[in-house]
Write a protein that binds this ligand. Structure first.
Ligand code: GLY
Length: 406
């Protein structure tokens, strides 16, 4: 099937890496050309198996580890293909995006087993509908939003992120993780595109209750909060993937930055805009010089610990959007420049995979306490990197970042 794709030489990848990073200035078009070459290499190597969705490449290795549609990361690869279609207009990416999105269809037909349905279905079919208006995709997104809403507990006011026993979560009490903020986008979208208005109320409640309970006085986020499922009272704030209960786990904070920025876009509630800036400012203040965080800001072994390029990619994409909402010009420019600074580092030889493997980026950390995906290439880093590049390309052209699909 992929014989038509021309063989990509190591030389061309190295050259593209270099053009994407000329004199320290990120050029989104060149960086997208690099991503397009890498993604075509991945497409050439996809196995003929039910587990054919790239998830991560361990440090020092060259080949993707693949998962099937049930994995929480299954939506990122089709989402990448949709963004590459948007950024390059190459129809190959549209065809492959459709193919890999469709693999996730069963998620819209089964019971909710996790909050990750937004990551899975909105990144794949949501982007797909935005770019193709395929009515079949819309049906799948709407059905999945209703499924996600079944995890909402009105006594708490948030979605139950992990409906199963997980260490430290006092099951069967109610748990909510900060990552869950991202999945609210699916609910907002559905409520405005034919779904129930209740989905909007659930998303707003989740964001407000999380704002009240998930953050310390300095606006750094807990990874998880456990609530009494009957009274809604907060029991404790803890970590699952971070260094400690009271530490700022880099990707957790990135989900908060992205999540509250998106909540402002969807609601125009100034509380969310103010909060998005607060959670961004504490993150930016504590960043190392190259703007890519260590995996957890409070690991005492910094600077001898792995980075998390995925957090940098999520924040870069979020700050580009935040910069379009902030009224004060100096602050808006500051956020945009910080995002460009992050993308410039990510697009440098230190972080690009280039000829080492077929991913876009190196140096992400998945779950360090579980010794899983440490200093690796991980698919969600690539997803938010390509999303940020498309956003920067649009900003440079004076286009709207996230057009509301009606
Ligand atoms: N949602 C899981 C993670 O951020 O690793």
């Amino acid at each position: 099937m992929f014989k038509k794709i021309s063989k990509i030489s190591i030389v061309s990848v190295v050259l593209l890496c270099q053009v994407a990073y000329v004199k320290g200035q990120i050029n989104p078009d060149d960086a997208l050309a690099y991503c397009s070459v890498q993604a075509q290499k991945t497409l050439q190597n996809i196995p003929f198996s039910s587990a054919n969705i790239p998830r991560s490449i361990p440090n020092g290795e060259a080949n993707w580890r693949y998962v099937n549609y049930q994995d929480w990361c299954s939506g990122f690869w089709p989402g990448i293909l949709w963004y590459l279609f948007e950024g390059t207009k190459n129809p190959l990416f549209k065809k492959q995006a459709d193919r890999f999105s469709k693999e996730l269809t069963p998620l819209s037909q089964s019971k909710a087993i996790d909050h990750d349905l937004g990551f899975q279905i909105f990144n794949s079919f949501g982007n797909g509908y935005r770019l193709s208006r395929n009515p079949e995709y819309k049906k799948i997104v709407l059905a999945t939003a209703d499924t996600l809403a079944t995890l909402y507990n009105p006594k708490v006011g948030t979605i139950l992120s992990w409906p199963r026993p997980v260490p430290n979560m006092d099951w069967p009490q109610h748990n909510t993780i900060i990552d869950n903020m991202i999945n609210l986008e699916l609910l907002f979208w559905a409520s405005k595109n034919g779904g129930s208005k209740k989905l909007y109320d659930i998303a707003v409640s989740h964001a407000l209750v999380t704002m009240d309970n998930h953050f310390r006085s300095d606006f750094t986020s807990y990874h998880a909060v456990v609530y009494d499922k009957e009274t809604g009272k907060k029991i404790k704030g803890i970590t699952h993937q971070g260094y400690g209960d009271d530490s700022m786990w880099a990707r957790g904070q990135s989900w908060a930055i992205y999540g509250y920025t998106m909540c402002y876009r969807e609601t125009k509630n100034p509380l969310f805009l103010d909060f998005a800036q607060k959670v961004s400012d504490v993150y930016l203040k504590k960043l190392p010089a190259d703007a890519v965080p260590y995996w957890d800001f409070n690991d005492p072994a910094i600077s001898n610990v792995p980075r998390d390029a995925s957090a940098a990619a999520v924040v870069a994409s979020a700050l580009l959007e935040l910069s379009t909402f902030v009224k004060e010009k100096t602050k808006a420019t500051f956020y945009k420049n910080q995002a460009i600074r992050m993308l410039t580092t990510l697009s440098s030889p230190d972080y690009l995979s280039g000829s080492l493997n077929d991913a876009f980026l190196l140096h992400s950390t998945g779950n360090k306490p579980a010794k899983s995906e440490i200093d690796a290439s991980i698919i969600y880093a690539d997803y938010y990197y390509v999303e940020a590049l498309v956003r920067l390309m649009k900003l440079n052209k004076g286009m709207k970042l996230v057009a509301q699909v009606k």
